[in-house]
Design a protein around this ligand. Structure first.
Ligand code: ZN
Length: 285
């Protein structure tokens, strides 16, 4: 049942961010027969957008997404800055040929946009997220570039995302895009949502129109760092094939994006990490 699953593998380029620049990562992926990547903005900026676009073409790669936009909560006087930053992210995603811009929506303003006044009002941050999303969606519509809200595990509610469940993300989609245009949806990352008792029903609720990306890695026990101790698929406790089955039942066959932030894997040679991603894609995804 796993034959050719590796042809659907995409490497989120943060997975090997410490082993090379974006061009080197894309060349390594091509060398390993990997057909897709999902780059990060800082990695694109480091080599320049034009060079990144050329490297995508030279290596005959597809994109599974572009990381990331969002971080909407901020001091009110910074609203234009946040809006423009996100519009640039949409433009870059379009230039690179990404199928969607992944959004990490932000938490409390002082963490989401450092320098903003400290507050404990998470509901106000959620309101700012909805307002920011609504505004960005207009821009994304003109660019015909879908936005994928990535609900993050609740442990990131303060600093990275105050949208922590599929239900919350899909409620936003329903309110802001009631016509289900395909321009607003979710990125399902098993690391963030594997624990949710509603996961299967919310994936069904999302349906093909709203399932824009599927990210895999694994949950290690114990997890020793909240951000940088993600596991390689098969090394943790997430039943990835089950979740993949739920996603495929709705969305069909798409990219499977490996996204691992891990000091352990950043310390390994890039070729070893990519080989491992390929073999675990066959055995544990
Ligand atoms: Zn992700």
């Amino acid at each position: 049942m796993h034959q050719n699953i590796e042809t659907r593998l995409s490497i989120n380029t943060a997975t090997v961010r410490k082993q090379g620049d974006l061009v080197q990562i894309m060349e390594a992926c091509a060398r390993h027969g990997i057909r897709a990547v999902a780059p990060w903005r800082d990695q694109v900026a480091a080599v320049g957008l034009e060079r990144a676009v050329r490297a995508v073409r030279e290596n005959d790669l597809a994109l599974s997404g572009y990381c990331r936009g969002g971080m909407f909560p901020a001091n009110p006087d910074r609203r234009a800055e946040v809006r423009d930053d996100n519009r640039r992210a949409v433009d870059e995603a379009a230039a690179l040929g990404a199928p969607c811009l992944v959004l990490v929506v932000g938490g409390l303003p002082q963490f989401s946009r450092p320098g903003s006044a400290p507050t404990k009002n998470l509901m106000q941050a959620q309101t700012q997220v909805e307002d920011g999303l609504s505004e960005l969606l207009e821009y994304a519509r003109d660019a015909n570039l879908p936005l994928a809200i990535e609900p993050l595990h609740p442990m990131y509610a303060a600093d990275r995302s105050c949208v922590n469940t599929m239900r919350h993300a899909l409620d936003l989609c329903d309110r802001l895009d009631s016509g289900r245009t395909g321009l607003l949806g979710v990125a399902v990352d098993v690391y963030h949502v594997w624990w949710d008792p509603e996961l299967e029903t919310q994936i069904q609720r999302a349906g093909k129109k709203r399932l824009l990306a599927f990210h895999v890695c694994d949950w290690l026990v114990p997890t020793i760092d909240l951000l940088q101790d993600r596991g390689m698929m098969g090394d943790g406790v997430i039943d990835i094939p089950k979740i993949r089955g739920w996603v495929e039942a709705e969305a069909g066959i798409g990219h499977i994006e490996v996204e691992i932030f891990s000091e352990h894997w950043w310390a390994r040679p890039m070729d070893e990490v990519l080989d491992t991603c390929l073999s675990r894609c066959r055995s544990a995804v």
